[in-house]
Design a protein around this ligand. Structure first.
Ligand code: ISL
Length: 543
């Protein structure tokens, strides 16, 4: 495995529209990110991932791009972006951009031209099919709608969309279109950005012939189809291979063996991936299953491709609410998950607000929710006869808006996020949970994250260490070692609310090790039996 800067990096995801608003329009903006660069740098991270800020009608919060070469006015101007990029680089921070090339907005000029007529030169840049027996070309649903096809009366055909109606899929079989995408990628890379987070990148290839699905509700037919690797190897040859950058693909619903095909260094496709075996497929915490997933992905990738570790982002609810305990053990459990994620193999991604233990939210009206995916699903459920109250309560826990409420800077109005009317309501707990309080508390989650990041930089065993899981029979305790160049890191934790003893293998006598970090004051444990408190986590180093 060759050295690459991104293998040792910690990435901080900035959902800019909820980060910091400098012009009072109620949306965060790029200047807001620039103003907070010292805060981000103070955490010790290496890379900022910015969610899309290209021109967009904003139906899916920027994931419906209408011009790849300009900036959405609510985010700011190209000058604002250039100042942000320069400010980040001056602080030693790299910047990767979120790039959506599986689909565009239905307002993109390419699509407007494509839909203008069957003879349009850009007709084949998107996926158009005749209906079947007066209905859609097949029975597929999309991630955000009951059908993946939208009828266009002007040309009496349907167009394909993996997500919302407003997000028509590009036809990656069209070489001319692909070349236009590659040209655009070079434009941004020549500006000096440090890589891309590639949205829904496993969806680029579609099932040949669009056959009906046996079970349309199992939407695996949308992703990881034959041909996707040809496109990624071409993308790498045409673009990525010319730069020293980080490319991380959003690759949902793949096994480790399939995932390796995207990130195997020899295949020259992507550097690393986000798989969704946890966040999309584990609604509530299941430590036994998490351990199995970690082992399978370690065995599947280690030594050949690089993994990524995250437990929340802009699409998934906040980890301390979903997987931890955001009530009486919010601080302890947030720190436990942080210590675990920073100790596991792979690049670690911190989602804005995670470092201060921000929680999920419960708005009492569907009108307070803004996410198109949730609002579409709500209409689908109510349309299928579910009563409104029930539909809301079903969707609230996993709503993507749980993680999209404004960053909580302080206890002033709107948590110091905006002087205007916030585009989405602030989580009411901002008076207690906010950056100002965190920075004034030496025992805060923030300083725990900062210490973990410092440890990753001080000890390469966090990055390159071989992984060995321990306490396999314990369903509520997680321990593992990482070993590299004669050093051994030991992570040990208790996921219960009650005190429990962890009996480690005899050779791991903690008196021989050094406690690097823990989320409780240390008691004088000795030998290989540790008495762990509720949600206690510790990391030891053995030299
Ligand atoms: O939506 C899913 C099912 O929950 C995911 O598996 C899907 O692959 C993922 O949500 C894709 O997300 C990305 O593309 C979407 C956008 O809404 C998300 O915010 C983005 O992260 C469409 O561009």
């Amino acid at each position: 495995m060759e050295f690459r800067w991104w293998k040792e990096s910690v990435v901080y995801q900035v959902y800019w529209r909820s980060f910091y608003d400098t012009d009072g329009d109620g949306y965060g903006d790029l200047r807001g990110v620039t103003e907070k660069l010292d805060y981000i740098m103070g955490l010790g991270v290496d890379v900022i991932w910015l969610n899309p800020f290209y021109a967009s009608p904003d139906k899916d919060n920027g994931y419906d791009i209408s011009d790849y070469y300009s900036i959405m006015p609510k985010a700011g101007t190209m000058r604002d972006f250039e100042e942000l990029l320069d400010g980040a680089h001056r602080r030693g921070l790299k910047v990767i951009m979120d790039l959506v090339v599986n689909h565009t907005s239905d307002q993109h000029p390419w699509f407007l031209e494509s839909r203008s007529g069957k003879e349009s030169p850009k007709r084949d840049w998107y996926i158009w099919r005749d209906g079947v027996e007066g209905g859609a070309p097949n029975n597929w649903r999309s991630y955000f709608c009951p059908t993946a096809w939208e009828y266009d009366s002007a040309t009496d055909q349907f167009y394909f969309h993996s997500f919302a109606v407003e997000q028509p899929d590009l036809n990656w079989q069209n070489e001319e279109m692909r070349k236009e995408i590659y040209k655009m990628m070079h434009y941004w890379l020549k500006k000096g950005i440090d890589g891309f987070r590639l949205d829904a990148i496993a969806l680029l290839a579609k099932q040949e012939g669009f056959p009906n699905a046996k079970n349309p509700e199992d939407i695996s037919y949308l992703t990881n189809n034959p041909g996707v690797h040809d496109y990624l190897q071409e993308m790498n040859r045409e673009v990525f291979s010319h730069y020293d950058i980080l490319t991380v693909g959003e690759v949902a619903f793949v096994s480790p063996q399939e995932g390796l095909l995207y990130v195997d260094e020899k295949r020259k496709e992507l550097n690393t991936l986000f798989h969704f075996e946890v966040c999309d497929e584990m609604p509530i915490w299941d430590l036994k299953r998490f351990k199995e997933i970690q082992k399978r992905w370690y065995d599947g990738l280690w030594g050949r491709g690089w993994n990524s570790q995250f437990l929340n982002n802009h699409d998934h609810t906040r980890l301390v609410t979903r997987y931890g305990n955001d009530a009486e053990y919010r601080v302890e459990s947030a720190k436990l998950f942080a210590a675990m994620l920073h100790s596991l193999p792979g690049i670690h991604y911190i989602y804005q607000g995670e470092e201060i233990g921000m929680t999920g939210v419960r708005f009492e009206s569907i009108d307070d929710y803004k996410d198109i995916a949730m609002k579409n699903k709500y209409q689908e459920l109510v349309g299928a006869g579910m009563n409104a109250e029930q539909a809301l309560s079903v969707l609230q826990p996993l709503s993507r808006d749980n993680s999209r409420t404004p960053m909580q800077w302080n206890s002033s109005m709107n948590a110091g996020f905006t002087t205007g009317q916030p585009w989405i309501r602030v989580n009411p707990n901002y008076k207690e949970i906010n950056v100002k309080n965190a920075l004034n508390d030496s025992n805060s989650i923030f300083y725990f994250y900062r210490k973990l990041i410092e440890l990753r930089k001080a000890y390469k065993v966090f990055v390159y260490g071989d992984y060995q899981s321990l306490l396999e029979s314990e369903d509520q305790m997680y321990a593992f070692t990482r070993t590299y160049e004669g050093k051994t890191l030991l992570f040990v934790s208790n996921f219960r609310k009650s005190v429990h003893n962890a009996v480690l293998p005899r050779e791991l006598n903690i008196s021989d090790g050094r406690l690097l970090i823990g989320n409780y004051e240390r008691d004088g444990d000795e030998g290989n039996t540790l008495q762990l408190k509720a949600f206690e986590a510790r990391i030891y180093l053995f030299m």
